[in-house]
Design a protein around this ligand. Structure first.
Ligand SMILES: [Zn+2]
Length: 698
């Protein structure tokens, strides 16, 4: 077989289409211990359901106790029935108002200082932790998890111990979303997958985790819940989730395994809903975002019990482990709640009365002070630049700071913080490790990561008190609203004001830059991102966007330099590697481009665009077979990707396969967005006419 010459093709591609492609590529998308032989594990199952972003007071069975009378609540008949058949905890407290750290508290039974998942995106659970799933698997239970969002994706380490970890989400359209908003899927899809698994495995004892992300913003409930909650879509999402949870409960009943299945339903954190100036969650640690629903039902759980004692999410591992009769996990910092569940009895010793709470999110995203708190049945003390104390009995809505009236209580609770999490936690430096050791080693072998120092933050309460920055939070909420309604100029003006008073805030600067991007004002976007990094308000995303903005004004070298810096700041930003790879190809730096695309595939072997990039690399090297293989793989991974179709058409045309060239060009035309590919579509039509005019066999 004669190897086709690609010489002319390579020149054509580099000079023509790749240049155009650069612009549209930027625009689019975005230890296990042996089981004890002394006690037999119980012949039973656990269905562990986590409701993301669900405030306790928005469930029907909690609504009567709501301290915010203005708020609505959702109709949740299935969860209400579960509570009536089991035990409902009136005061369950999450340790962190953020998805990943909170789930890590549940599944390791430890506080963030121990499990190390301090925030979203920068930390991976070390394999040395013994998770609840690992404990169950070691004892012979089948383990599976079905997730509603990439926020708990396997790369963060919570998959430890799960034989099945279903976290496949639609990948497109991730870029341009808000920080903290991850690709998600509807509850119905997650439930379908969980039920499929249960039909196959429900006959043998299991530990099953199902995670529902729907109540997380954006609030967008499907019909009929969008019509039932037209002015309160957040509650609509909760009502919809309740319906889907009901499908799991129905299955247990149909299979007659309800009486041998412990069902745990718990929220990972709440939602601010502006009760303290925060719309969503992560900044503050008032009860709005840390008081969560917790319902336990199943064998030996008395029906209709309501437990008033404060409990914590770190108590769930010891509780479930005790139910399944697993060997104890000595690292766990929580206590088993069975004395409370079965007999309503106080827990021995300190019990669950001291709940430690923290959030590093204000520090990591805003350069404000981190917050910590100690909560008891009676008091909440918040350690902030201006500390707060609330008497929860007299003031459950936390509106009156009474620290001046009760200095001794505040003092005692502050000491308790350091007693529980360790005095070494004061002035602690936290180092970002956004990937596992294996991924890091693979990347290092490609020449990435090791060059850049990891991001570090010092936890010393430096920076503004978050409650003094409610104005910025409100501006950011208004910005979101304006951006959604495409009022970009007004969004930019609001953030210009916010940044003036909060220059070192990375997120506020990012928002401002994005408003300029949407206005097409690339120069202002570049100025904003550069000023932010000079003011110390740096993040991987700011530098990555700076790189893309440089490319948009034709500064290829500036763009590549910035995107390389971004890849060191955040090597898990795969879209950044993709854009870097394309820019390197356009500069003729083929080896480096290949490295960038491979940096994607070692982290996510299903990322279609990386194979499209590797196909282009192969073309530059005259390797037609390699190009073909990579383009086809890109299409197989994501049939909605149109660029590999175009590249295949071009490749077949250049190698003389007229039929195949026509086929792929036509597929491209059928699928390509007319707006996104406005410049290319006429060129492809022309190529098709040219091919049709050529007699077959030529
Ligand atoms: Zn969450």
């Amino acid at each position: 077989m004669i190897r086709p010459s690609l010489g002319r093709f390579a020149v054509y591609l580099a000079a023509g289409w790749l240049g155009v492609q650069l612009t549209f590529s930027l625009a689019c998308r975005r230890s296990s211990e042996p089981a004890s032989t002394q006690v037999e594990p119980r012949d039973a199952n656990v269905l562990f359901i986590t409701l993301d972003t669900t405030r306790a007071d928005h469930l029907g069975c909690y609504a009567a106790e709501s301290v915010h009378k203005k708020d609505g609540s959702a109709k949740t008949p299935h969860l209400d029935a579960l509570a009536a058949s089991g035990a409902r905890f009136a005061e369950a407290i999450a340790e962190v108002p953020l998805t990943l750290p909170s789930h890590a508290c549940m599944f390791t039974g430890t506080y963030p200082e121990v499990h190390g998942l301090r925030d979203m995106g920068g930390f991976v659970l070390s394999p040395q932790h013994l998770t609840l799933a690992t404990m169950a698997r070691n004892a012979g239970f089948q383990t599976a998890a079905f997730l509603g969002s990439k926020a708990v994706g396997h790369q963060w380490g919570l998959s430890q111990g799960f034989e099945t970890y279903d976290d496949n989400m639609p990948s497109r359209g991730t870029e341009g979303q808000l920080p903290g908003v991850f690709p998600e899927r509807r509850a119905s899809v997650t439930t379908d997958h969980a039920l499929d698994w249960l039909r196959q495995h429900g006959g043998q004892k299991f530990f099953l985790w199902v995670h529902y992300y729907d109540p997380h913003e954006p609030y967008d409930p499907p019909a009929p819940f969008n019509r039932q909650y037209p002015h309160d879509p957040y509650s609509g999402e909760i009502a919809y989730t309740d319906q889907q949870v009901g499908r799991l409960f129905d299955f247990l009943k149909q299979q007659n395994i309800s009486d041998k299945t412990l069902v745990v339903v718990v929220g990972d954190h709440g939602e601010g809903l502006n009760d303290h100036g925060e719309g969503t969650h992560g900044i503050f640690i008032y009860d709005d975002t840390v008081h969560v629903p917790l319902i336990v039902a199943g064998p030996t759980v008395p029906a209709g019990r309501v437990i008033a004692n404060q409990v914590r999410l770190v108590d769930l591992l010891p509780t479930v482990a005790a139910f399944l009769r697993l060997p104890p996990n000595p690292a766990a910092q929580g206590v088993s709640l069975w004395p409370l569940i079965e007999r309503g009895r106080e827990l021995p010793g300190k019990g669950s009365n001291y709940a430690y709470i923290e959030t590093l999110y204000p520090k990591t995203y805003m350069n404000w002070s981190e917050l910590r708190a100690m909560r008891t049945d009676r008091w909440k003390f918040i350690l902030a630049p201006h500390p707060e104390l609330y008497d929860l009995r007299a003031d459950p809505a936390e509106t009156q700071n009474v620290i001046a009236l009760h200095p001794a209580e505040a003092d005692q609770l502050q000491k308790k913080i350091w007693e529980i999490i360790g005095h070494q936690s004061q002035n602690q430096t936290v180092k970002y490790e956004p990937m596992s050791r294996e991924s890091r080693q693979e990347l290092e072998s490609l020449g990435y990561v090791s060059a850049g120092p990891p991001r570090e933050i010092v936890l010393n309460m430096s920076g503004p008190d978050p409650k003094d920055r409610v104005g910025t939070l409100q501006a950011m909420q208004e910005y979101d609203r304006l951006m959604k309604s495409k009022a970009f100029a007004r969004a930019a003006r609001i953030m210009e004001v916010a940044v003036r008073t909060d220059r070192t805030n990375p997120l506020a600067n990012l928002y401002l830059g994005r408003a300029y991007e949407r206005l097409g004002n690339w120069r202002r976007a570049i100025e904003t991102y550069r000023a932010a990094t000079q003011a110390g308000a740096t993040s991987g995303e700011i530098v990555s966007r700076l790189g893309k903005a440089y490319l948009r004004v034709g500064d290829l070298k500036g763009g590549i330099d910035a995107m390389e810096r971004a890849s060191q700041l955040n090597p898990t930003d795969l879209d950044n590697f993709r854009n870097l790879g394309i820019a390197l190809l356009q500069s003729g730096r083929v080896e480096e481009a290949e490295r960038a695309f491979k940096a994607i595939t070692v982290q996510d072997e299903h990322y279609s665009a990386a194979y499209n990039g590797l196909g282009l690399v192969a073309i530059q090297r005259g390797d037609a077979a390699g190009a073909l293989r990579n383009f086809q793989k890109a299409i197989a991974l994501d049939p909605t990707e149109v660029e590999p179709l175009l590249n295949l058409g071009l490749l077949y045309q250049k190698t003389g396969n007229r039929q195949q060239a026509l086929r792929y060009y036509q597929e491209f035309l059928a699928k390509a967005s007319p707006k996104e590919y406005a410049q290319l579509i006429p060129q492809v039509r022309e190529a098709i006419q040219e091919l049709r005019a050529t007699p077959p066999g030529k």
